[in-house]
Design a protein around this ligand. Sequence first.
Ligand SMILES: Cc1cc2nc3c(=O)[nH]c(=O)nc-3n(C[C@H](O)[C@H](O)[C@H](O)COP(=O)(O)OP(=O)(O)OC[C@H]3O[C@@H](n4cnc5c(N)ncnc54)[C@H](O)[C@@H]3O)c2cc1C
Length: 470
Amino acid sequence: MFVMKKIRDANARSAKPPSAPAQASAGTGKKSRDPHRIVIVGGGAGGLELATQLGNTFEDSPHAQIILADRLPTHLWKPLLHEVAAGSMDANANQLEYVAQARWHHFEFQQGELIGLDRARKTITLGEVHDEEGVEIFPQREIGYDTLILAIGSVTNFFGTPGANQHALAVDTVSDAEHFRRRLVAACIRTQNRLDETASTERPQVDIVIIGGGATGVELSAELRNTTQVLGAYGLHHLDPRRDIHITIIEAGPRILGPLPEHIAQESARMLEGLGIDVLTGEKVTEVQDHAVLTASGKRISADLTVWAAGIQVPDVLAKLGLPVNKMGQVIVTQTLQTEIDPAIFAFGDCASCPWPESGKSVPPRAQAAHQQAIHLHRELQRYLEGKPLRPFRYRDRGSLISLGRFNTVGNLMGKLVGGSLLIEGKLARLLYFSLYRQHLVALHGFVRMMLDTLAQWLRRKTVPRVKLH
Ligand SMILES: Cc1cc2nc3c(=O)[nH]c(=O)nc-3n(C[C@H](O)[C@H](O)[C@H](O)COP(=O)(O)OP(=O)(O)OC[C@H]3O[C@@H](n4cnc5c(N)ncnc54)[C@H](O)[C@@H]3O)c2cc1C
């Protein structure tokens, strides 16, 4: 009901032109009687934090109105998806309903996928939303904006590899991750049944192939080893996880974790070897088949389940909006996170290419970058509405941490405090790994609720199975 009312409101608003152009209404916020309408598209790691913070700031303000649009009705912090895929996290217990967050933090939520932008009329178009039976819930509609902020993240890039789209699973959304988990559990049960029946000396096994030895592939492989080890406790007694569940990572580059420092990659590779996970480097995947992965060197690797974790691209819609994009399709923005051709349009997070002058590259597509940009925009948009000049965003690389499930965490910390870069692992690294998610929760709910949520999760872990089986 809440959503329906909001949609009627938005439709009514979109019938009239948005308030004065950004530069004119920003400045005083008083030249137009309508509040300055800030529309954020994409409620992910960055967008939801920004909508929440702006909603809190402009609660009851006549000067600004905050609208968040997302194609989905619920949010789960994306770096947790590999835990959902491996079954060590129950997505239902950790997802956040956008409408509830909107109500608590004084912004509006509109469900729908961004499909169009009309810069002249300052409107975006959201596509129809259907239920599971394909029946329309929300119609296609236009929403007017004074300031538009794009934060629609990224999706898996199969690089046109034959068969990848059909046979490899991506882990971009909660439903992708749950689909993978269901297939994993089914494959384990089937193999256990075959083990019980077979008289042959050749033991059947579950072959899992992960394409891509970046952070996602490495973390997923360790998490899978972690959860498959406890399957025996839930009835799959005849399955020997180490022997019967075979995990292989295939990486095209000379080593795993290419963008991270060499010592982290070496340490991670050593730990993966200890977990019985095969790592093939320098192997370019040329085709994905129903039950096998083929490589350029002529290898054929059996696969009951293939996961593609080898690269990202931005959603196709960005290239159709008439905004400048780079080779990856990311919207090119200046250091103020504005597009050069239209200062009323901002973009940040994975979908944007923002300069990082200190490194000569652009800001990397990471949750920590989206988090920092959300904090920056929250501050700067208040100045923008007061007509003050925007200050540039400066990305601070705090280092990288790789979680190897409950087995270990390894990474480096960056910054002046640690004298440049410091290699860490073990409990301290694990604590810091989780702190990024805790920061996200603080941005969404405040410190007290984050602490309560942490306690609730800890208690829940004592009362539910360690692996989600159904
Ligand atoms: C398995 C995994 C593990 C990761 N681990 C880490 C990690 O440990 N540390 C780290 O820093 N980063 C990690 N990342 C990367 C991190 O998740 C992303 O960099 C981060 O989520 C980007 O934030 P964002 O706000 O730009 O986009 P997202 O968080 O992806 O959010 C995008 C939002 O836009 C919505 N959306 C998409 N298209 C549309 C559309 N057309 N219309 C409307 N809404 C749309 C989506 O539903 C989503 O809610 C990981 C990623 C994955 C997949």
